[in-house]
Write a protein of this length. Structure first.
Length: 282
């Protein structure tokens, strides 16, 4: 299979077989994470391998009860790690102040995702599936405590990996010309913006179950993997209550309500401060 086909075939996997990943493959996954591009080649990242059942369960709770984190044989907790660099620089009569420099932080987060995406691609090549779980960012303090993560280290992303039991095949994407601009930014007309999203999501579907498979696969997968059906029902109730009538409302009234998203700043900034990060005035 060409690399193009491999990447185009990849989907986020949330339904894993109960099958261990061979150690030599895990070692290669770590190699490609370590070999990823890194701003200034500073490599301000660490990752924690989570494989023990009890730790998988706890991590799953830390990320808000997403069952695939418990069910995957391996999760990697990707951290921005300024601890190691700060220690090293202080031993050599200089200091590194990444915890106060937004620029270092942004580059470190990009480094982290480069490393993680290398893992995603190599995993795919071994017929492993994976899913990013970003909600660890809502529980940084608890994750730091549980994994004994020191100051100046922030767990920012989880990648759960395993052999797929099923692959979702209904995930909508933009047409490529929506995201690609030639030589300069080409502002889309209101009509073109509407069309871009219409092409992506299709018309708002009355069949809620079918709609959720396309627009909120997480709840459909979660309900398949737990005893009582609850998330889908909750979403259906919310859709009714909030009178959701289109795709945009579904996303920004229900899934990512704008006010609530802004409110999450408080929690995140507090967790950053607890880890020793402070971007003064921001
Ligand atoms: C930064 C980031 C955070 C994500 N967080 C979650 C998450 O918390 N839970 C989850 O089930 N999927 C999560 N995903 C996976 C996305 O839902 C998924 O990539 C998206 O639905 C598109 O599907 P695809 O990966 O199959 O193209 C995340 C993806 C990214 C890139």
């Amino acid at each position: 299979m060409s690399l193009y086909d491999l990447i185009m075939r990849r989907r986020s996997i949330r339904n894993f077989k109960d099958q261990e990943i061979p150690e030599h493959i895990i070692e290669e996954l770590l190699d490609v994470a370590n070999n990823a591009p890194s701003g200034g080649n500073i490599q301000p990242i660490s990752l924690i391998l989570v494989q023990e059942a009890k730790r998988r369960k706890e991590l799953s709770e830390i990320v808000g009860g997403q069952p695939w984190v418990k069910n995957a044989p391996l999760s990697m907790v990707f951290c921005i790690d300024f601890y190691r660099i700060k220690k090293w620089s202080s031993m050599f009569d200089t200091d590194f102040k990444g915890e106060n420099a937004l620029s270092h932080f942004l580059i470190a987060y990009a480094d982290l995702m480069c490393a993680a995406q290398n893992v995603v691609i190599l995993a795919e090549n071994y017929e492993l599936g994976s899913v990013y779980v970003g909600t660890i960012q809502s529980n940084v303090d608890r994750a730091r405590q549980y994994f004994m993560i020191p100051q100046y280290v922030l767990p920012m992303m989880v990648l759960s990996i395993g052999y797929p039991k099923s692959v979702p095949r209904n995930i909508p994407k933009f047409k490529r010309n929506v995201i690609a601009h030639k030589e300069r930014y080409e502002v889309l007309s209101d009509d073109d913006i509407k069309k871009a999203f219409e092409n992506k999501y299709g018309s708002f579907d009355d069949n809620v179950e079918k709609y959720l498979k396309k627009a909120f696969i997480e709840v459909v997968e979660a309900d398949k993997q737990q005893d009582q059906k609850s998330w889908t029902e909750l979403v259906k109730e919310e859709m009714k209550k909030l009178e959701i009538r289109n795709n945009a409302q579904f996303l920004f009234k229900l899934r990512y309500p704008s006010e609530a998203m802004v409110k999450m700043n408080e929690n995140l900034v507090r967790a950053f401060r607890n880890a020793g990060f402070d971007f003064y005035g921001l």
